[in-house]
Design a protein around this ligand. Sequence first.
Ligand SMILES: Nc1nc2c(ncn2[C@@H]2O[C@H](COP(=O)(O)OP(=O)(O)OP(=O)(O)O)[C@@H](O)[C@H]2O)c(=O)[nH]1
Length: 325
Amino acid sequence: MQQPDLATALIAGDRRALARAITLVESTRPDHRAAALAVLEAAARAGRQALRIGLSGTPGVGKSTFIESFGLMLVNQGLRVAVLAVDPSSARSGGSILGDKTRMDRLSREPAAFIRPSPSQAHLGGVARRTREAISLCEAAGFDVVLIETVGVGQSETLVAEMADLFILLLAPAGGDELQGVKRGIMEMADLILVNKADGDLKPAALRTVSDYAGALRLLRKRPQDPEGFPKALPVSALAEDGLAQAWAEMQALAQWRRDRGHFAAHRAEQARQWFEAEVREGLLARLTRDPAVRARLGALGDAVAAGRAAPAQAAAEMLASLGG
Ligand SMILES: Nc1nc2c(ncn2[C@@H]2O[C@H](COP(=O)(O)OP(=O)(O)OP(=O)(O)O)[C@@H](O)[C@H]2O)c(=O)[nH]1
C-alpha cells in the first residue's frame, strides 16, 4: 500500500492500516522513517482526539483482566478502544509480554478494539517515540479511548504518565496495613488509584487498602488541575466487572473538569512541546553518533570515565569542545 492510501485507510478507521502504520513508525530504516513522517503528518491533519489513559500495575494485579473488562464495557457503550503496551524490558525477554500469551482474548475479538503489544526495543527513548506516535495514529483512526499500559518498571511509569491525559494506578489488596511500597512519586502522578480484586475473600482487604490509600492521597498537596476530592482511590473487581462503571465515571468527570478549565488543552500543549524537544534531542544525538570519528571519541572518553582516568563532567566538556560546542 502506498503511503497516501495507508493514511486514507487509517483515517477511515481500518485496523489493519493502523497496525501497518504503527509497524512503519517502529521501523528504524531511514526510508521507512520518511514514509512514517508522511503518515503521521496526515494523521495529525485528521485533527481527532481520544482520551489517553495511562495504566500502570505490577505483574499479578490483574492488568489484563482489568483492561479486558473495562475495554469491553466501553465497547458496549459504543466507544472504540485501543490498547498500547509500554514495556521497555520486553527486548530482554526476547519478545513482548503481550505476544507470548493470549491476553485480552475477548477484547481482541471486538471489531471496535485494537490491541498492540510493546515493540521490542531496548531503550526507553525508542519505546517512548514509538508510543507517542502510535497514540496519534490511534487517534487519527478514530479511537475514542487509548489505554497505554505499563508494568511499571524503571521509568516506564513516568513515561506513560507524561503521555497520558489521565494516569491510573492499579493495585492489589494489601496483606497487612502497609502501603505496598508504592513510591510517593508514583502516587503523586496518579489521578485515580484502583484497588483490584475487591471480590470474595479479598474484598475486606481491598476495601482496607482503598481507605489506606485514600488517607495517603489526602496528605498530598492538592494539584491545580484537580477538582476537590482528587486524586481518588476506589475498589474494583475486574473479574466480577464491579466498580468499573464508577471508575469510568470518575475518569470522565475529571477529564471534563480539566477541559472546562483549560488544564486539559494546556497539558496537551506542553506534551506536544516535550515531544518536539525529545525528537530534536534524539535526532541530534543520532546524527552525531553517525559520524565514526565522533562515535570513536565518545567511546574512548566513555572508557576513560569508566576506568576512572577521567571525571565524567570533564570528559563531557572535552567531548562538547571537540564538537565545537
Ligand atoms: N479475585 C480476583 N482475581 C483477579 C481479578 N483480576 C485479575 N485477577 C486474577 O489475578 C491474576 C493476574 O491477572 P492478570 O490479568 O493476568 O494480571 P497481570 O499479571 O497484571 O497481567 P499482565 O501483567 O498483564 O500479564 C489472574 O489469576 C487473574 O484471574 C479480580 O478482579 N479479582
